[in-house]
Design a protein around this ligand. Structure first.
Ligand SMILES: Nc1ncnc2c1ncn2[C@@H]1O[C@H](COP(=O)(O)OP(=O)(O)OP(=O)(O)O)[C@@H](O)[C@H]1O
Ligand SMILES: [Mg+2]
Length: 342
């Protein structure tokens, strides 16, 4: 068993850390901190930018009094290749050989430039035919090495490096671990990840390069205002039809339509696979807080839409009120921190 690790989520707009503690049978938020992302962030190729980022992380650790140096990190979904495929029911050894072939087919990079991993999600038998769903994961070595370097600069040991959707899935598991099928829609600043789950298991997953940043840019261009003001208006009014004669809602509608179009695509793909209805859409990520997004998606998808709150999913104690309100933006980091307990 690995030692307990705290979660670190390096997003495009913010860096978050969280640490969870078990108190008897209940889980408790031990510490949490958030800071704005550094200007060049993790995507920069320069060591100087990584140093700036590591300094910011060190400060956050000091402020939140986290002494643990074991960290659980998530890789941005946009940089990782994730695919769920159906395979015959093979032994581990046979599967490993067969997946090498599948990886060559699905991963758009030479296999010596990626670290690959796979996980059996579940097995099933239909009309005597046994199959299993397997999640393939391939992350460019260059990205993993960058995260490892960052950890080293911050004086940390990465215990876990996983893809973001795995963290979000864990964060929301008690919500979706029922016989029904659900769709998780995680909308961050630059990326939206869509995952269809059946009986709690991910069956389909993909991500698109759209999120809250595109929404802010659209408002800024349409209303002729700067990015900071557009960001404030977005958070204050969202899809409100009265504010600014509905202009803000009109600027952001095409982006939300594009996202909901992809959610529909995921649902269709899932129905082709399993012919089962979707119970609900669970929203996650900072952009899940956009005023009116739930009503917009309920209408566009003709489905029930709920906010995915990891704190209430696990009944986590010691969560300040202001954090409860922003809960969907903490799903990745809390999902990472929960890894040590599940
Ligand atoms: N109250 C709010 N209303 C509307 N949008 C919001 C609100 N709060 C945060 N956001 C948006 O959510 C996004 C940030 O979400 P999140 O913290 O999940 O992203 P990130 O992890 O920094 O980005 P990424 O995962 O894409 O790298 C920003 O675009 C921000 O404008
Ligand atoms: Mg994020």
């Amino acid at each position: 068993m690995k030692s307990k690790a705290f979660g670190l989520d390096i997003g495009n707009t913010s860096i978050k850390i969280a640490s969870i503690r078990k108190d008897g049978n209940s889980l408790m938020l031990e510490s949490v901190a958030t800071a704005p992302s550094t200007p060049k962030g993790i995507l920069s190729e320069s060591i100087v930018d990584l140093q700036v980022l590591s300094e910011s992380i060190k400060q956050m650790l000091a402020q939140s009094n986290i002494k643990n140096t074991n960290v659980a990190l998530s890789l941005p979904e946009s940089r990782v290749y994730t695919k769920v495929i159906e395979m015959p029911d093979l032994s581990e050894q046979e599967l490993s050989a067969a997946l090498k072939f599948e990886m060559e087919q699905y991963v758009p990079l030479p296999l010596d430039q990626v670290r690959t991993d796979w996980e059996i999600l579940g097995k099933k038998e239909i009309q005597g035919k046994k199959t299993m769903d397997v999640m393939l994961i391939a992350a460019p070595l260059s990205i993993i090495e960058k995260y490892e370097k960052l950890a080293e600069l911050a004086g940390l040991t990465p215990q876990i490096i996983e893809t973001e959707v795995v963290s979000v899935h864990r964060a929301l598991l008690p919500f979706i671990n029922t016989p029904d099928s659900n769709v998780i829609v995680h909308i961050g600043a630059t990326t939206t990840t869509i995952a269809v789950t059946q009986a709690g298991i991910i069956r389909i997953v993909f991500s698109i390069a759209l999120g809250g940043l595109a929404v802010t840019r659209a408002i800024s261009v349409d209303l002729g205002i700067d990015i900071n003001q557009a960001e404030n208006y977005k958070k204050a009014y969202g899809l409100n039809k009265e504010a600014f004669e509905g202009k803000i809602g009109k600027s952001l509608a095409p982006i939300l339509e594009s996202i909901s179009g992809d959610v529909k695509k995921a649902i269709l793909l899932f129905k082709e696979k399993s012919n089962e209805p979707i119970k609900q859409v669970v929203l996650s990520g900072g952009s899940a807080l956009l005023p009116g997004i739930d009503a917009f998606l309920t209408n566009a998808l003709s489905s029930q839409v709920v906010l995915g709150n990891t704190f209430s999913a696990y009944n986590i104690a010691n969560v300040p009120n202001e954090l409860q309100i922003e809960a969907p933006s903490y799903n990745v980091v809390v999902g990472l921190a929960l890894r040590s307990f599940l």
